[in-house]
Write a protein that binds this ligand. Structure first.
Ligand code: FAD
Length: 476
């Protein structure tokens, strides 16, 4: 007899809710566990950066299970075909265990899978695992969802969060099934896919993630509150790619940070936990606003005639807007597939409120580039920056890229790290290099218009245009 566990964005063996329940059943029926991954043909491409990071993580996990005497079987085709191939290979399948996807494509796919298996009298058990709370757990007294983060957070804090469950790894060895591949072609397709990944990611997988969490708590949590906004300070945890691939359980993070809070890092721990609450909040919003990838949550702003200008869009993508802080952020994104939160806010605001481009274009580009891409957080972040979502900043609050730069990268070391053309520019001009005289430009080996672009727009002019666009849309 067998039970199956479908791994999808939870490539770990610690505190894995579906796996814990699968072990219980395997124990009861004296059966084995089939671990598998479904390679959706529609997403089987390494083009978006987060895909190659993701697939390398899957392979890392597959190799780990192999070292433990098991395997992570690869299935592909339509979801029905994939499940059918498993049932054919293992007719004694008693049940399927899975950590729930409750939004987007994943939710639709899970619905199809559940119905398919039901017709075959195989139950599919779903568990909440990826977040600290369920999307419909923290609601207003009248049962409606919160629209604003602060009251949501107040309620969220006092809600029960699940505690991590221990899984004995040694015991797991005896449960994982080792047999021939279920679908040879799918295995080959997957391995070929990973081979074509243009980038090789190193610090991937569960062990690295656990190490990074420990280092963060020991060395950086106490200063998180004061350092987290400064991109050069390495003040944040950089756990987002691990949360995205689920090599780290969010409950483990939460509980370890809480323990540290009790020790000494009170304020920083609270601030950090609040960030985890933002993650829950945006997933909750996505759950109740399933069209939010395409549509502004605030209906007042659905008719804004956003620009689609390709030249500007490319300048932004390439980090050639002429505003150093924006360009440094966009170049970091291109090189590392990751960007600091402050830079995500600055670059997103610039796209929408300086270039007046459609926020959806920016959301899609981040989707393509971020290794930590998470639909709910990304859409939430973009709608926030564009002032069109829940808890929107008022539209007339527009980030000034020069002020932001002076405040959060005072010495310009972040800018210099990602824009080599500006290396020789003195601190006094690093935020506004166009203000250098011709002589100063020659001295710093950075001639504006030749080595580095002139500002492609005038912020003060664009700011007024952006405010007018919002105002007109609201008045219609
Ligand atoms: P830390 O400061 O160490 O925070 C710890 C964890 O809390 C993060 O790993 C993340 O899971 C969560 N978190 C922190 N801030 C936020 C936030 N504002 N919203 C939701 N969760 C948060 N985060 C993603 O994980 N994926 C995305 O695709 C994504 N897109 C974004 C797009 C925009 C325009 C903006 C403004 C923010 C976006 N964020 C996204 C949120 C945030 O920028 C990243 O989570 C954070 O920079 C990750 O770095 P870290 O792990 O060092 O964060």
């Amino acid at each position: 007899k067998k039970v199956a566990v479908w791994f999808r964005r939870d490539f770990r063996l610690h505190d894995h809710t579906a796996l814990v329940h699968a072990i219980e059943m395997a124990e009861e029926i004296n059966g084995k566990i089939i671990a598998f991954f479904y390679l959706d043909p529609e997403t089987a491409t390494t083009e978006p950066t987060h895909h190659d990071y993701f697939f390398q993580t899957v392979l890392h996990f597959k190799n780990r299970l192999k070292r433990m005497g098991g395997d992570l079987y690869i299935l592909t085709g339509t979801i029905e075909d994939a499940l059918e191939s498993m049932i054919q290979a293992h007719p004694q399948l008693e049940a399927l265990f899975v950590n729930n996807d409750r939004v987007g494509r994943g939710a639709i796919r899970d619905q199809i899978a559940t119905e398919y298996l039901l017709a075959k009298s195989i139950p599919m058990y779903h568990f909440e695992d990826f977040y600290l709370t369920e999307p419909d757990q923290v609601l207003k007294k009248d049962g409606s969802p919160y629209k604003v983060f602060t009251p949501y957070y107040k309620a969220w804090v006092s809600e029960n969060k699940r505690v991590p469950k221990r899984i004995e790894e040694d015991m797991l060895r005896s449960y994982f099934l080792k047999s021939k591949p279920i679908d040879e072609k799918a295995e080959k397709k997957f391995i070929d896919l990973v081979k074509t990944c243009p980038r090789k990611w190193s610090a991937i997988g569960e062990d690295q993630a656990i190490l990074r969490l420990q280092t963060f708590i020991e060395e950086r949590l106490s200063t998180y509150n004061s350092h987290r906004d400064y991109p050069t300070m390495t003040g944040t945890s950089r756990l987002s790619p691990y949360l995205k691939t689920g090599v780290l359980s969010v409950r483990s993070i939460y509980n370890q940070v809480l323990e540290a809070e009790a020790d000494e890092h009170e304020h920083s721990a609270e601030t950090y936990i609040k960030e985890l609450a933002w993650r829950d909040f945006y997933r909750m919003v996505h759950f109740y606003e399933p069209n939010c990838k395409e549509e502004e949550i605030l209906s007042d702003y659905r008719k804004i005639p956003w620009s689609q200008d390709e030249v500007r869009l490319n300048a932004w993508k390439e980090g050639k807007t002429g505003y150093p802080i924006v360009d440094a952020g966009m170049r970091q994104l291109k090189v590392e597939g990751w960007m600091h939160n402050r830079l995500r806010m600055i670059t997103a605001s610039f796209l929408v409120k300086d270039y007046l481009l459609d926020w959806r274009l920016g959301e899609r580009y981040f989707e393509e580039m971020l290794i930590d891409y998470d639909p709910s957080s990304n859409i939430g972040g973009w709608q926030w920056a564009a002032s069109v979502g829940t808890d929107a900043v008022p539209y007339f609050r527009v980030f000034n890229p020069v002020t932001q730069s002076k405040r959060f990268d005072k010495s310009g070391s972040y800018i210099r790290k990602y824009i080599p053309e500006l290396k020789g520019v003195p601190e006094h001009f690093i935020h506004e290099p166009w203000k250098m005289s011709n002589e100063e430009q020659q001295q710093s080996k950075c001639v504006i218009g030749e080595h580095y672009p002139e500002p492609t727009i005038d912020h003060s002019v664009q700011r007024k245009k952006a405010i007018a666009l919002f105002k007109e849309s609201k008045d219609v």
